[in-house]
Design a protein around this ligand. Sequence first.
Ligand code: KG4
Ligand code: ZN
Length: 337
Amino acid sequence: MQSENRPVLLAIESSCDDTAAAVMQGGVLLSNITAQQIVHARFGGVIPELASRKHQENILNVVDAALKEGGTRISDLDAIAFTRGPGLLGSLLVGMSYAKGLALSLDIPLIAVDHLQAHVLAHFIEEPRPAFPFLCLTVSGGHTQIIRVDAPLEMTILGKTIDDAAGEAFDKTGKMLGLPYPSGPVIDSLARQGTPKYKFTEPRVAGLDFSFSGLKTSIKYFLRDQMALNPHFIKQEKAHICASVQETIVNILLHKMDSAAHMTGIREIAIAGGVSANSSLRERFETKAREQKWNIYIPKLQYCTDNAAMIAMAAHYKYLAGKFSDLSVTPEVRLQF
Ligand code: KG4
Ligand code: ZN
């Protein structure tokens, strides 16, 4: 047992298709291991049944590697954290059951973590850290949210997608263009060779909510009409189509974040989630930050995509606040803090 303010935590993340474990002591990350499941690529998306089976296969090795890299013995652990949701039920169950078994056998507390709260707290793994209050745009394959953060565990969702996530818009566009999954990084690099010469309208959604399904439909009909005129259209125009779609998605994200900053008067702006790797999004946010005098924060990519370090960070704050769960806790597929 370590000192009360420097707990040694093992965190497990298994909400979607990455099996991850991390060890943290007193808020300092000691190890961060992720096993990515490449099995889904050939299906063009995550297959839930396969994901949970792969988590079962990976979890022992991933936890062992995290403990070894952290120089941590299992008897050093003060608590076990796991992702409670949101996520795929079969995937969440693997991480949660493992965490419960370990907590029970070691007779140490269990900490249930909200995956979306953890994405935000990824900003506290390393310096520079945003000052409170700040706004966080979480953009990934499964989430698109604008969150106001007043303290580590005090967060309010100001806006969220009413249908698809931003990463999904990239991935579904990629599918229509015949690109591999996940398509976000491929579209990002193709877009650099093109210009955004095709215009897609931004959806009109009230307040700070987002919508991406209308964009998906307009891309689909645009491609259908163009291919009817020229069967080589996608092949010939791929880079321009990618640049155009990417610009539209980034516009939508940037405009909503701008509105959120104006509405709240907050200029501490954080971005989390896998889509934050997008080069255009980064450039456009950095330009906007200079214009609007925002302080902008984007963690390293390994803390932006799904990872267990962020679960450990959230668990650290929950440990200090005494927020533990008992063994009857269940996964929450649609958990909202
Ligand atoms: O956070 P993440 O790894 O997993 C989820 O929780 O979903 O995010 C994955 C998403 C995918 O949709 C992927 O296409 C997108 O992030 N992505 C990108 C880029 N890199 C990853 N989207 C646009 N540009 C990128 N460079
Ligand atoms: Zn995520």
